[in-house]
Design a protein around this ligand. Structure first.
Ligand code: 13P
Ligand code: SF4
Length: 371
């Protein structure tokens, strides 16, 4: 269930076509997307058309995290969409000169570290993440001094300076697998406290997982989005949407970053792509009629488009305000700047060669351990 993320096949020539604005509009209408209204399509078709034209003209790879809103998500070819692990793997292989990462900056940093000669661009360099923003290199050093000799496994939702202090990186798609492969009885996991507790439970017979706040006062963090789901919420969702536990065709999904009691209540938990993959497998087997996904709500929007046969219930208020900073207008600005050969500093991810060198090792160890 939690072995690894979706690994998109790397193709450096996205399959774009020379469509007119009217054809782009028609294509958007043809998606029959439940959350794309007439107004959305009429208002944004011109920008979508311009983005697609410039993307093709400049051979831009546009990676799209599963949390992107539908119009942004749809700018990425199927193989350019995915979870943190899949997108990192894609970024490592691409040969395109420009890589626009539709996600938050820690994700784009990973792409830059794995492919330093490429120009990696993000729509909004100020977009944060409650995990990455509240944890740094000094916090890793503190934990290392508390548990000398224990390896540090750092969640990909962190910045390069913190990764540079760690032994191995992981994503929600491979954390349990990688943790088991680490030497010794004790493993330090940072920075996500709920994720750590979930891992602790999953590995209870195999590893002593230590983390910020567990018998120490070290600083850790939680995802401000997944934190919102409580056990009471999940029980309420089960009752209101008639998704009883263990039902054969109705399922409640949760992301690893949710609270431990929420994960225990879920029928399935995993990374964003693992959740999508489980839904796809059930749909293929005509085995899913209704679902709720305890994660960022645009994931459900994208699922609803892909699997119209499933009735998805959603919590629209559970949105990642950081991911939502990425929008069509900002993406178009990057491409216009490329087109006019202007300075890209406002969008470009830059890291010192020393940081790239130090942070690459834990990420590459993760990729080696994931294949
Ligand atoms: P995934 O790696 O599952 O895509 O999750 C990233 C993330 O930020 C979840 O909140
Ligand atoms: Fe960070 Fe949570 Fe947003 Fe993911 S959903 S980017 S973990 S704040």
């Amino acid at each position: 269930m939690h072995s690894k993320g979706e690994t998109p096949a790397a193709t450096d020539a996205p399959n774009c076509t020379d469509l007119t604005i009217e054809e782009v509009k028609q294509e958007l209408y043809n998606r029959h997307h439940p959350s794309l209204t007439f107004l959305d399509i009429e208002a944004h078709a011109k920008t979508v058309h311009r983005i697609r034209t410039l993307k093709q003209k400049h051979n831009v790879v546009m990676l799209g995290h599963n949390y992107m809103e539908p119009l942004v998500f749809g700018l990425s070819e199927k193989e350019e969409q995915g979870d943190s692990l899949g997108l990192s793997m894609y970024a490592a292989k691409t040969e395109a000169p420009y890589l626009i990462f539709n996600g938050v900056p820690f994700m784009a940093e990973t792409a830059k570290i794995l492919n330093p000669s490429k120009t990696v661009l993000v729509a909004d360099k100020t977009a944060g993440c409650s995990l990455a923003d509240n944890f740094g290199a000094e916090d890793v050093r503190e934990l290392k001094s508390l548990y000398p000799g224990a390896p540090v496994m750092i969640y990909i939702n962190s910045y390069a300076d913190a990764k540079a202090e760690s032994d191995i990186c992981c994503t929600s798609a491979n954390a349990a697998h990688i943790a088991k492969s680490m030497p010794g009885d004790t493993l330090i996991f940072v920075p996500d406290i709920f994720f750590a507790q979930n891992l602790e439970e999953e590995l209870k017979d195999e590893k002593n997982v230590v983390y910020p706040g567990k018998d120490n006062t070290a600083r850790g963090a939680v995802c401000e989005v997944h934190e919102k789901f409580t056990l009471d919420d999940l029980l309420g969702i089960r009752e209101s949407f008639e998704i009883p536990k263990g039902h054969a065709h109705r399922k409640l999904y949760a992301h690893w970053e949710c609270r431990p009691e929420v994960l225990k209540e879920a029928d399935f938990y995993g990374s964003t792509s693992q959740i999508m993959k489980d839904i796809a497998a059930r749909v293929a087997a005509s085995n899913l009629e209704r679902a709720f996904v305890a994660s960022e709500c645009e994931l459900t929007s994208n699922l609803a488009q892909e699997f119209p046969e499933v009735q998805f219930w959603t919590a629209c208020s559970v949105r990642c305000s950081h991911m939502a900073q990425v929008n069509l207008g900002k993406i178009a600005n990057i491409l216009e700047a490329i087109d006019r050969n202007e300075c890209l500093d406002e969008y470009e991810i830059t890291l010192s060669p020393e940081t790239i060198d130090k942070a690459r090792a834990p990420i590459e160890r993760m990729l080696e351990a994931s294949v």
